[in-house]
Design a protein around this ligand. Structure first.
Ligand SMILES: [Mg+2]
Length: 391
């Protein structure tokens, strides 16, 4: 079984936790420090009550809720808290995966007897996160990752649900297909064109027909995605949960933007943050890597470009500089961008990273600690406890 955790309104809740004056108030976290000229990166539940959503312009949001508190996105804070939650989760399972900044996966097979039931375990995890950080989260427990993730989506905020064969079909009844992670706008439109709007309709379609309409791999996936392993008669790796790989081939993080953007500055800011998250994981597990890959996704297309460097690195700024070089090299037009990811591969265990002085020299040459860095702080994660983080 897999236990998926999705933090509720993560960025806004962290801000409220660090600054008690923001608690109980509508809070808008802007993706940059321009109160009336930015995009809402996150909104507290009090702000969501006014209809404010991620991806809205801040101008629009402040029009519907003029007294909302505005805070600029401070990624270093969120990365720090995210890592602390990750550490806490190791008390519950040796297999914890941290795939996006506010989502975590735990492999919980065999842990049931220690905690009473899977639901008791979910309750305890929620309680511990609340006690340690003052943050709420939603928990979905299911035999596959997709169903566990669906669980958090349909019960958010402060949700807790166990999905298995006993309740699965009832939950899928009337549920729009786009609620399933991986069924994006193009696939939704294709399904709707065939008269399939809800998950129960999708589940009723024979595998053969799905393969005829969507091709072998997507057809298989669409068939498998609404089922538990017990009901799959073929290759089960298609829905393999993302458990921790002890000897990773690569370390990557990705992020889906609140909305499509044509803005290079926004893209670079997120590349910076993702690079920092990748670097931190690499350092924690004693890896450096030679190859930096960049993944970009627009509405109907995606591309991966990579470049291998002679010197391996696990430095966040260096990974960012390399990802940005890869970005600048890409040929053709690839806007607007919807999602992006940074991956470090060609990993070497326990190697000595290049000398700091060498990095400093290169930084000076490139003159590239730029406006993004100035805006987002120096990215040094202080070892202070959460309560001591300055705001
Ligand atoms: Mg979340």
């Amino acid at each position: 079984m897999l236990l998926h955790i999705d933090m509720d309104a993560f960025f806004a809740s962290v801000e409220q936790q660090i600054n008690p004056a923001l608690r109980g108030k509508p809070v808008i976290v802007g993706s940059r420090d321009k109160k009336y000229h930015t995009v809402v990166a996150a909104a507290s539940y009090e702000a969501k009550a006014y209809g404010i959503k991620s991806g809205m312009s801040s101008y629009e949001a402040l029009k519907v809720c003029p007294h909302a508190e505005f805070v600029a996105c401070d990624s270093a804070k969120y990365t720090y808290v995210s890592r602390e939650i990750f550490n806490l989760l190791h008390d519950f399972s040796p297999f914890v995966e941290h795939s996006t900044i506010d989502e975590f996966d735990l492999e919980v097979d065999g842990l049931e007897p220690h905690f009473g039931s899977f639901l008791d375990l979910g309750k305890l995890i929620k309680k511990r996160i609340r006690e340690a950080f003052g943050l709420g989260c939603s928990v979905g427990i299911a035999p596959t990752w997709i169903l566990a993730k669906l669980g958090t989506k349909i019960r958010k905020p402060d949700g807790l649900i166990l999905i298995n064969d006993a309740n699965l079909d009832a939950l899928l009844q009337g549920l729009p297909v786009e609620k399933i992670c991986g069924i994006g706008p193009a696939l939704t439109a294709h399904l709707q064109g065939l008269g399939v709007f809800n998950c129960d309709q999708l589940k009723a379609i024979p595998q053969k027909i799905l393969i005829n309409n969507f091709g072998r791999s997507t057809g298989h996936w669409l068939y498998a995605v609404l089922r538990t392993y017990e009901n799959l008669s073929y290759d089960k790796t298609i829905l393999a949960p993302r458990t921790q790989n002890l000897e990773p081939k690569s370390i990557g993080h990705s992020y889906t933007l609140p909305r499509e953007t044509n803005n290079r500055e926004t893209i670079f800011a997120w590349l910076r943050m993702l690079s920092e998250m990748v670097a931190e994981r690499a350092r924690n597990s004693d890896f450096t890597g030679h190859t930096v890959s960049l993944w970009l996704s627009s509405k109907n297309d995606s591309l991966i470009r990579q470049r291998t460097y002679q010197l391996p690195t696990n430095d966040g700024w260096e990974i960012f500089a390399r990802a940005r070089a890869v970005f600048s090299q890409k040929k053709g037009h690839f806007w607007p961008i919807r999602a992006l990811g940074v991956t470090l591969s060609g990993l070497i265990f326990n190697s000595t990273p290049p000398l700091l002085t060498e990095q400093k020299r290169r930084e000076a040459l490139l003159g590239a600690i730029d406006h993004i860095n100035a805006k987002y702080g120096d990215w040094t994660l202080s070892p202070a406890i959460l309560a001591q983080i300055k705001h």
